[in-house]
Design a protein around this ligand. Structure first.
Ligand SMILES: O=C(O)CCC(=O)C(=O)O
Length: 318
């Protein structure tokens, strides 16, 4: 079995739990309190974005860049339930223990009832709304700065606009991860506020001689580049490929995950896609063991992707 030495990259339950605990009340929580903010820019044009951030692979928050979007001005849980109430969704899909399938309308009524001390916040993560609720896309216009997304050329327009919605309750968490397939993150905050904690792509959490994660080494190393920001409605965060990120919902929240493939990452992107498909096709049992929390998410993601490319999964060849 392949052994991943960097604990930040491991997807088994124990490693995920150790990193999350360190963020909640351990060494990473303390480091975060002293961590610098990601730069915030108001009125940043496409050329300046390109020159000052994308070429240098530096994160930036574009304050209010989507403030005039219909989704930012008009959306609420109830409004979406009126428009997509019958759509089937998997709530808490990032947790093998809590994942459950329901309708969007039922999810919203669960949210309303899920309050008080001791309740675990509900989170609809990585929802490919365009599969069954495509009409929402009209409220989420394309960003000027996202024109470089090479997935258009690679897979066609439908897949390049294969964006995800993240809808959840105050206190919800998306654990630290790097996005798959070498894509850049462009996250648009639509409703509510959330805190992003990010680490640079070279961040490394090794183990000590007795096998425990060495958080001291992580926190002290310059490659860790720990930073944070709070996104408010209308803000857009650009995070270059391979930056680690952890998200905490400070209020009930909705966000749009708009991914972009920079052509400089094309070869690695294709390799990762192929590696994932081959692992699922040829080695699914082992992948279930190494990625127990994410196996179903990866399957759902690939089914959606195939659907948007009109690939019939019941056939080897059309
Ligand atoms: O908002 C979240 O909870 C996670 C978003 C995310 O990981 C992304 O857009 O890449």
């Amino acid at each position: 079995m392949y052994y991943e030495a960097n604990v930040l990259k491991r997807r088994d339950v124990a490693s995920l739990g150790a990193v999350e605990a360190a963020f909640r009340e351990g060494p990473l929580a303390a480091a975060l309190r002293a961590a610098p903010s990601i730069e915030r820019r108001c009125g940043l044009g496409a050329d300046a974005f390109e020159r000052e951030y994308r070429r240098g692979l530096r994160p930036v928050v574009m304050q209010g860049a989507a403030a005039d979007w219909p989704a930012v001005r008009e959306w609420s849980f109830e409004r979406l339930a009126e428009r997509c109430g019958d759509t089937r969704v998997v709530v808490d899909s990032y947790s093998s223990q809590r994942a459950r399938e329901t309708t969007f309308a039922e999810f919203v009524s669960l949210l309303n009832g899920n309050t008080g001390t001791g309740t675990v916040p509900l989170y609809l993560q990585e929802w490919y709304y365009q599969e069954h609720c495509a009409q929402l896309a009209a409220d989420l216009p394309e960003l000027d700065i996202a024109q470089y997304d090479f997935r258009r050329e690679l897979y066609g327009e439908a897949v390049s606009t294969n964006h995800q919605l993240w809808i959840g309750q105050k206190g919800g968490i998306t654990r630290l991860h790097q996005d798959s397939y070498m894509v850049d993150v462009m996250h648009v905050q639509l409703v509510g506020a959330k805190r992003w904690s990010v680490l640079g792509p070279r961040a490394n959490l090794p183990r000590t001689g007795d096998g425990r994660a060495n958080f001291g080494r992580l926190v002290d190393h310059p490659d860790t580049e720990l930073m944070q920001c709070v996104l408010e409605p209308g803000d857009v965060l650009y995070l270059p490929a391979q930056w680690f990120h952890r998200i905490e919902l400070l209020e009930d929240s909705m966000g749009l995950g708009r991914k972009c493939l920079d052509p400089i990452h094309l070869q690695l992107h294709v390799r990762q896609r192929m590696a994932e498909l081959l692992a699922i096709a040829l080695n699914a049992e082992e992948v279930k063991k190494t990625h127990p929390e994410l196996f179903n998410v990866v399957m759902a993601r690939n089914r959606t992707w195939a659907g948007r490319m009109n690939i019939d999964l019941s056939k080897l060849r059309p």
